[in-house]
Design a protein around this ligand. Structure first.
Ligand SMILES: [Zn+2]
Length: 260
């Protein structure tokens, strides 16, 4: 590279790093500070290596152990692990290599949403009409973090999609379900009333397709995925351990376009 080439490369580098700083300021996801933006009713601040809740409870961001991507590692995920992989929107043309958003620090979610096996939990649940113009019935979701309102916004946008999309959405396979993730001891986001499964008949799930050797497949149209993501729900089709009917409310992982 000659002198001019080197100068240009340095200028381009400066420009790129400037852009990176700017975009990081506009869009805080993929780092723990996004939790305060995503869950303003619950998270007061993220500082000093801790997540401080509005009631004063604190959670450490890191447990000091390196991030663990294995299935066993998911059981010990800390808050830092939740942000270790970048969740990217847009058409999913290739099989995902990671599981962005699949790691969850369970004590934080349990603190926010509550334990579904207890009576107080039920007070936060609400029935929301699912695709009412297409006779989709209702689903049971939590009102915590405004999940019910976010799902209503999803429904309003999904209703604008053409009629050929109905088969992917109705009947829904349900939202709230007080259960653990299949084959694990971890609570599912369904156990918090903060996840929904769309039509099973059009879904692909890694455990149905041979487990760890499963080859990624998807039949869910990108238009449907885009609607959910716009309102704070991530999609299980972006995971190497894919679950294409599954959407869960995780606004901390999505760009800051719209406040949840
Ligand atoms: Zn699900």
């Amino acid at each position: 590279m000659n002198r001019w080439g080197a100068g240009l490369a340095i200028a381009a580098g400066l420009l790129l790093s400037g852009c990176a700083t700017l975009s990081a300021r506009l869009a805080p996801p993929h780092r723990p500070s996004a939790l305060a933006w995503a869950y303003p009713d619950q998270v007061k601040a993220v500082r000093g290596g801790q997540v401080v809740m509005v009631d004063g409870a604190v959670f450490p961001i890191s447990d000091g152990r390196p991030g663990e991507a294995s299935e066993q590692g998911l059981d010990q995920a800390d808050i830092a692990d939740m942000f270790a992989q970048t969740y990217r929107r847009g058409p999913q043309r290739k099989p995902p290599r990671g599981d962005p958003g699949r790691a969850r620090y369970e004590p934080l979610f349990l603190k926010m949403y509550g334990d579904c096996s207890t009576r107080p939990f039920q007070a936060h649940m609400r029935r929301v009409a699912w695709m009412p113009a297409r006779q989709g019935g209702t689903v049971n979701v939590t009102t915590v973090n405004g999940v019910d309102r976010a799902l209503e916004a999803v429904v309003a946008d999904l209703e604008k999609l053409p009629p050929e999309m109905t088969r992917y959405l109705v009947p829904t396979a349900g939202a709230f379900n007080c259960r653990v993730v299949a084959g694990t001891g971890r609570r599912s986001m369904h156990a918090y009333g903060a996840a929904i499964d769309i039509a099973t008949a059009w879904s692909d799930y890694w455990l149905w397709k041979g487990g760890e050797d499963a080859v990624w497949a998807n039949r869910i149209p990108p238009e449907i995925v885009a609607v959910f993501e716009r309102h704070g729900f991530i999609w299980g089709g972006r995971w190497r351990h894919f679950d294409t009917m599954h959407f869960e409310y995780r606004p901390e992982l999505l760009p800051r376009r719209r406040r949840p």
